[in-house]
Design a protein around this ligand. Structure first.
Ligand code: G4P
Length: 289
Protein backbone atom coordinates (compact mmCIF):
# COMPACT_ATOMS: atom_id res chain seq x y z
CA UNK A 1 0.00 0.00 0.00
CA UNK A 2 1.45 3.35 -0.91
CA UNK A 3 1.32 6.23 1.52
CA UNK A 4 -1.21 8.11 -0.53
CA UNK A 5 -3.71 5.25 -0.40
CA UNK A 6 -4.82 6.50 2.96
CA UNK A 7 -5.89 10.08 2.97
CA UNK A 8 -6.06 10.55 6.70
CA UNK A 9 -5.31 13.68 8.61
CA UNK A 10 -6.01 14.65 12.18
CA UNK A 11 -7.46 18.04 11.19
CA UNK A 12 -9.65 18.88 14.15
CA UNK A 13 -7.76 16.84 16.70
CA UNK A 14 -6.31 19.79 18.54
CA UNK A 15 -9.75 20.52 19.96
CA UNK A 16 -10.38 16.85 20.71
CA UNK A 17 -7.07 16.55 22.54
CA UNK A 18 -7.85 19.68 24.56
CA UNK A 19 -11.20 18.21 25.57
CA UNK A 20 -9.61 14.91 26.39
CA UNK A 21 -7.04 16.60 28.64
CA UNK A 22 -9.86 18.35 30.45
CA UNK A 23 -11.78 15.11 30.91
CA UNK A 24 -8.75 13.14 32.00
CA UNK A 25 -8.10 15.71 34.71
CA UNK A 26 -11.47 14.70 36.21
CA UNK A 27 -10.84 10.98 36.41
CA UNK A 28 -8.80 8.57 38.51
CA UNK A 29 -8.74 5.77 35.97
CA UNK A 30 -8.39 5.49 32.22
CA UNK A 31 -9.92 2.41 30.64
CA UNK A 32 -8.15 2.09 27.32
CA UNK A 33 -9.78 -0.07 24.68
CA UNK A 34 -7.56 -1.66 22.06
CA UNK A 35 -8.46 -4.01 19.26
CA UNK A 36 -7.20 -7.45 20.31
CA UNK A 37 -6.38 -8.23 16.67
CA UNK A 38 -3.84 -5.40 16.46
CA UNK A 39 -3.20 -3.91 19.93
CA UNK A 40 -0.22 -1.80 18.90
CA UNK A 41 -1.69 -0.32 15.75
CA UNK A 42 -4.96 0.45 17.52
CA UNK A 43 -3.13 2.22 20.34
CA UNK A 44 -2.44 5.91 20.40
CA UNK A 45 0.80 6.24 22.37
CA UNK A 46 -0.12 9.82 23.34
CA UNK A 47 -2.34 8.28 25.99
CA UNK A 48 0.76 7.50 28.03
CA UNK A 49 1.47 11.19 28.22
CA UNK A 50 -2.14 12.27 28.60
CA UNK A 51 -2.73 9.67 31.28
CA UNK A 52 0.40 10.25 33.34
CA UNK A 53 -0.29 9.72 37.06
CA UNK A 54 -3.64 8.06 36.37
CA UNK A 55 -4.57 4.51 37.09
CA UNK A 56 -4.74 2.48 33.90
CA UNK A 57 -6.63 -0.53 32.63
CA UNK A 58 -6.15 -1.90 29.13
CA UNK A 59 -8.94 -3.90 27.55
CA UNK A 60 -8.18 -6.03 24.52
CA UNK A 61 -11.60 -5.80 22.94
CA UNK A 62 -13.03 -7.90 20.11
CA UNK A 63 -11.04 -10.79 21.55
CA UNK A 64 -13.76 -13.07 20.12
CA UNK A 65 -12.34 -12.26 16.66
CA UNK A 66 -8.64 -12.51 17.54
CA UNK A 67 -6.30 -15.47 17.55
CA UNK A 68 -6.29 -16.87 21.08
CA UNK A 69 -2.55 -17.61 21.15
CA UNK A 70 -1.65 -14.11 19.97
CA UNK A 71 -4.01 -12.59 22.56
CA UNK A 72 -2.33 -14.52 25.37
CA UNK A 73 1.02 -13.17 24.21
CA UNK A 74 -0.34 -9.63 24.16
CA UNK A 75 -1.67 -10.05 27.69
CA UNK A 76 1.80 -11.08 28.83
CA UNK A 77 3.28 -8.14 26.92
CA UNK A 78 1.15 -5.56 28.73
CA UNK A 79 1.50 -7.27 32.10
CA UNK A 80 5.25 -7.09 31.76
CA UNK A 81 4.92 -3.33 31.35
CA UNK A 82 3.03 -3.21 34.63
CA UNK A 83 -0.32 -2.54 32.96
CA UNK A 84 -3.39 -4.47 34.07
CA UNK A 85 -4.96 -6.02 31.01
CA UNK A 86 -8.11 -8.02 30.35
CA UNK A 87 -9.74 -9.41 27.23
CA UNK A 88 -13.29 -8.66 26.22
CA UNK A 89 -16.16 -9.19 23.84
CA UNK A 90 -17.90 -5.94 24.68
CA UNK A 91 -21.16 -7.05 23.09
CA UNK A 92 -21.58 -9.54 25.88
CA UNK A 93 -22.83 -7.90 29.06
CA UNK A 94 -21.78 -10.92 31.12
CA UNK A 95 -18.18 -10.18 30.20
CA UNK A 96 -18.27 -6.64 31.48
CA UNK A 97 -19.47 -7.64 34.96
CA UNK A 98 -16.01 -8.61 36.14
CA UNK A 99 -14.70 -5.14 35.26
CA UNK A 100 -16.05 -3.70 38.48
CA UNK A 101 -13.81 -5.79 40.71
CA UNK A 102 -10.82 -5.31 38.40
CA UNK A 103 -11.26 -1.55 38.60
CA UNK A 104 -11.22 -1.74 42.39
CA UNK A 105 -8.07 -3.82 42.26
CA UNK A 106 -6.34 -1.40 39.88
CA UNK A 107 -7.31 1.58 42.04
CA UNK A 108 -6.71 -0.03 45.41
CA UNK A 109 -4.04 2.53 46.31
CA UNK A 110 -6.58 5.31 45.97
CA UNK A 111 -9.22 3.42 47.91
CA UNK A 112 -6.69 2.77 50.66
CA UNK A 113 -5.55 6.41 50.66
CA UNK A 114 -9.16 7.57 51.01
CA UNK A 115 -9.76 5.07 53.79
CA UNK A 116 -6.76 6.33 55.75
CA UNK A 117 -8.02 9.88 55.41
CA UNK A 118 -11.41 8.81 56.69
CA UNK A 119 -13.09 9.35 53.29
CA UNK A 120 -15.72 6.71 52.76
CA UNK A 121 -17.57 5.78 49.60
CA UNK A 122 -15.91 8.25 47.30
CA UNK A 123 -16.36 6.54 43.96
CA UNK A 124 -13.55 5.94 41.52
CA UNK A 125 -14.08 8.07 38.45
CA UNK A 126 -13.25 6.44 35.17
CA UNK A 127 -13.37 7.18 31.47
CA UNK A 128 -13.20 4.96 28.42
CA UNK A 129 -10.77 5.89 25.63
CA UNK A 130 -9.92 4.44 22.28
CA UNK A 131 -9.71 4.96 18.55
CA UNK A 132 -12.89 4.95 16.42
CA UNK A 133 -14.75 1.65 15.98
CA UNK A 134 -12.80 -0.16 18.70
CA UNK A 135 -16.04 -0.74 20.63
CA UNK A 136 -16.17 2.13 23.15
CA UNK A 137 -19.93 2.74 22.94
CA UNK A 138 -20.68 -0.97 22.94
CA UNK A 139 -18.54 -1.41 26.03
CA UNK A 140 -20.10 1.51 27.88
CA UNK A 141 -23.60 0.25 27.06
CA UNK A 142 -22.83 -3.26 28.25
CA UNK A 143 -20.95 -2.10 31.31
CA UNK A 144 -23.64 0.32 32.34
CA UNK A 145 -26.57 -1.91 31.47
CA UNK A 146 -30.15 -0.79 31.25
CA UNK A 147 -31.80 1.42 33.77
CA UNK A 148 -28.63 2.85 35.21
CA UNK A 149 -29.16 6.40 36.33
CA UNK A 150 -27.00 9.20 35.15
CA UNK A 151 -25.85 11.32 38.02
CA UNK A 152 -25.99 14.52 36.01
CA UNK A 153 -23.80 17.53 36.30
CA UNK A 154 -21.90 18.02 39.48
CA UNK A 155 -20.76 21.21 41.05
CA UNK A 156 -17.24 21.97 40.03
CA UNK A 157 -17.41 19.66 37.07
CA UNK A 158 -17.38 21.03 33.55
CA UNK A 159 -20.91 21.68 32.37
CA UNK A 160 -22.44 19.01 30.20
CA UNK A 161 -20.43 16.12 31.58
CA UNK A 162 -22.56 13.22 32.64
CA UNK A 163 -21.43 10.65 35.13
CA UNK A 164 -23.00 7.25 35.36
CA UNK A 165 -22.98 5.63 38.75
CA UNK A 166 -22.11 2.00 38.09
CA UNK A 167 -21.84 0.75 41.62
CA UNK A 168 -20.98 2.03 45.06
CA UNK A 169 -17.45 2.37 43.94
CA UNK A 170 -17.38 3.47 40.30
CA UNK A 171 -18.59 6.41 38.28
CA UNK A 172 -18.08 6.44 34.55
CA UNK A 173 -18.01 9.41 32.22
CA UNK A 174 -20.84 8.68 29.81
CA UNK A 175 -19.03 9.78 26.66
CA UNK A 176 -15.83 8.06 25.61
CA UNK A 177 -12.61 9.83 24.80
CA UNK A 178 -11.90 9.43 21.13
CA UNK A 179 -8.26 8.92 20.37
CA UNK A 180 -6.90 9.40 16.93
CA UNK A 181 -5.06 6.46 15.45
CA UNK A 182 -1.41 7.19 14.88
CA UNK A 183 -0.40 6.02 11.49
CA UNK A 184 3.35 5.95 11.88
CA UNK A 185 4.03 3.64 9.00
CA UNK A 186 2.44 1.75 6.16
CA UNK A 187 1.90 -1.44 8.18
CA UNK A 188 -0.07 0.40 10.84
CA UNK A 189 -2.20 2.10 8.17
CA UNK A 190 -2.84 -1.23 6.55
CA UNK A 191 -3.90 -2.91 9.77
CA UNK A 192 -6.19 -0.07 10.76
CA UNK A 193 -7.76 -0.19 7.32
CA UNK A 194 -8.36 -3.92 7.68
CA UNK A 195 -9.94 -3.42 11.10
CA UNK A 196 -12.31 -0.86 9.61
CA UNK A 197 -10.99 2.07 11.64
CA UNK A 198 -10.47 4.08 8.50
CA UNK A 199 -13.45 4.89 6.34
CA UNK A 200 -13.70 2.48 3.43
CA UNK A 201 -14.55 5.29 1.03
CA UNK A 202 -11.03 6.63 1.16
CA UNK A 203 -9.44 3.27 0.62
CA UNK A 204 -8.61 1.21 -2.32
CA UNK A 205 -10.32 -2.04 -1.34
CA UNK A 206 -8.75 -4.25 -4.05
CA UNK A 207 -5.23 -3.18 -2.97
CA UNK A 208 -6.16 -3.80 0.64
CA UNK A 209 -7.52 -7.24 -0.18
CA UNK A 210 -4.29 -8.21 -1.95
CA UNK A 211 -2.34 -7.19 1.17
CA UNK A 212 -4.70 -9.30 3.26
CA UNK A 213 -4.24 -12.29 0.95
CA UNK A 214 -0.43 -11.93 1.17
CA UNK A 215 -0.63 -11.79 4.96
CA UNK A 216 -3.02 -14.72 5.34
CA UNK A 217 -1.10 -17.03 3.02
CA UNK A 218 2.01 -16.39 5.11
CA UNK A 219 0.63 -16.15 8.65
CA UNK A 220 -2.50 -18.31 8.43
CA UNK A 221 -1.82 -20.89 5.74
CA UNK A 222 -4.85 -22.94 4.77
CA UNK A 223 -7.49 -20.41 5.83
CA UNK A 224 -8.19 -19.09 2.32
CA UNK A 225 -7.85 -22.51 0.73
CA UNK A 226 -10.47 -23.92 3.05
CA UNK A 227 -12.98 -21.11 2.94
CA UNK A 228 -12.94 -20.50 -0.80
CA UNK A 229 -11.71 -23.84 -2.12
CA UNK A 230 -8.64 -22.54 -3.91
CA UNK A 231 -4.91 -23.08 -4.13
CA UNK A 232 -2.66 -20.81 -2.08
CA UNK A 233 0.18 -21.64 -4.47
CA UNK A 234 -1.28 -19.15 -6.97
CA UNK A 235 -0.28 -15.51 -6.90
CA UNK A 236 -2.44 -13.07 -4.93
CA UNK A 237 -4.27 -11.65 -7.95
CA UNK A 238 -5.20 -15.13 -9.09
CA UNK A 239 -6.33 -16.00 -5.54
CA UNK A 240 -8.60 -12.94 -5.59
CA UNK A 241 -10.04 -14.07 -8.92
CA UNK A 242 -10.65 -17.50 -7.47
CA UNK A 243 -12.43 -15.97 -4.49
CA UNK A 244 -14.65 -14.17 -7.02
CA UNK A 245 -15.41 -17.44 -8.77
CA UNK A 246 -16.07 -19.25 -5.49
CA UNK A 247 -18.40 -16.50 -4.25
CA UNK A 248 -20.08 -16.18 -7.67
CA UNK A 249 -18.93 -12.56 -7.90
CA UNK A 250 -19.00 -12.41 -11.67
CA UNK A 251 -19.34 -9.70 -14.25
CA UNK A 252 -21.16 -10.04 -17.55
CA UNK A 253 -19.68 -12.92 -19.52
CA UNK A 254 -18.83 -14.81 -16.30
CA UNK A 255 -15.66 -12.78 -15.84
CA UNK A 256 -14.50 -12.70 -12.19
CA UNK A 257 -15.38 -9.44 -10.46
CA UNK A 258 -12.26 -8.90 -8.36
CA UNK A 259 -13.53 -5.69 -6.84
CA UNK A 260 -16.60 -7.39 -5.44
CA UNK A 261 -14.51 -10.34 -4.29
CA UNK A 262 -12.19 -7.92 -2.47
CA UNK A 263 -15.14 -6.52 -0.51
CA UNK A 264 -16.38 -10.02 0.34
CA UNK A 265 -12.95 -11.06 1.55
CA UNK A 266 -12.49 -8.02 3.77
CA UNK A 267 -15.97 -8.40 5.16
CA UNK A 268 -15.33 -12.09 5.88
CA UNK A 269 -12.19 -11.10 7.77
CA UNK A 270 -13.84 -8.29 9.76
CA UNK A 271 -16.80 -10.38 10.83
CA UNK A 272 -14.72 -13.38 11.84
CA UNK A 273 -15.99 -15.67 9.09
CA UNK A 274 -12.37 -16.47 8.23
CA UNK A 275 -11.84 -17.60 11.81
CA UNK A 276 -9.89 -16.08 14.67
CA UNK A 277 -7.20 -13.99 13.09
CA UNK A 278 -4.82 -11.46 14.63
CA UNK A 279 -2.84 -9.03 12.54
CA UNK A 280 -0.15 -8.50 15.15
CA UNK A 281 1.76 -10.70 17.52
CA UNK A 282 4.35 -9.27 19.95
CA UNK A 283 7.23 -11.37 18.66
CA UNK A 284 6.82 -9.98 15.14
CA UNK A 285 6.69 -6.35 16.19
CA UNK A 286 9.28 -3.83 17.09
CA UNK A 287 7.90 -3.34 20.55
CA UNK A 288 10.78 -1.87 22.46
CA UNK A 289 9.10 1.47 23.01
P1 G4P B 1 -16.78 3.01 18.99
O1 G4P B 1 -17.78 3.53 19.96
O2 G4P B 1 -15.45 2.76 19.61
O3 G4P B 1 -16.64 3.82 17.74
O4 G4P B 1 -17.27 1.55 18.51
P2 G4P B 1 -18.73 0.88 18.62
O5 G4P B 1 -19.05 0.60 20.04
O6 G4P B 1 -19.69 1.68 17.82
O7 G4P B 1 -18.46 -0.53 17.91
C1 G4P B 1 -18.08 -0.63 16.56
C2 G4P B 1 -18.54 -1.97 16.00
O8 G4P B 1 -17.81 -3.02 16.66
C3 G4P B 1 -20.01 -2.30 16.24
O9 G4P B 1 -20.44 -3.07 15.13
C4 G4P B 1 -19.98 -3.19 17.46
O10 G4P B 1 -21.08 -4.06 17.53
C5 G4P B 1 -18.71 -3.96 17.20
N1 G4P B 1 -18.11 -4.47 18.45
C6 G4P B 1 -17.83 -3.78 19.58
N2 G4P B 1 -17.23 -4.56 20.48
C7 G4P B 1 -17.11 -5.79 19.92
C8 G4P B 1 -16.54 -7.04 20.36
O11 G4P B 1 -15.98 -7.18 21.46
N3 G4P B 1 -16.59 -8.07 19.46
C9 G4P B 1 -17.15 -7.94 18.22
N4 G4P B 1 -17.14 -9.02 17.43
N5 G4P B 1 -17.69 -6.79 17.78
C10 G4P B 1 -17.67 -5.73 18.62
P3 G4P B 1 -21.60 -2.62 14.18
O12 G4P B 1 -22.69 -2.00 14.97
O13 G4P B 1 -21.90 -3.77 13.32
O14 G4P B 1 -20.97 -1.50 13.43
P4 G4P B 1 -20.05 -1.66 12.17
O15 G4P B 1 -19.11 -2.84 12.44
O16 G4P B 1 -20.99 -1.92 11.05
O17 G4P B 1 -19.33 -0.36 12.12
Amino acid sequence: MSDNTINWYPGHMTKAVRMMKEEISLVDLIIELLDARAPLSSRNPDIDDLGKNKFRLVILNKADLANKGATEKWKAFFKEKGITVITMDARNRGNTRSVDSIVKEVCKEKIERDRKRGIKNRPIRAMVCGIPNVGKSTFINSFVGKGMAKTGNKPGVTKGKQWIRLSDSIELLDTPGILWPKIGDEQVGLRLALLGTINDNILDIPTLSIKLIDFLVKAYPGVLAERYTLSEEDDSLKILENIAINRRALKKGEEPDSEKAASYLIDDFRTGRLGNISLESPENENVNE
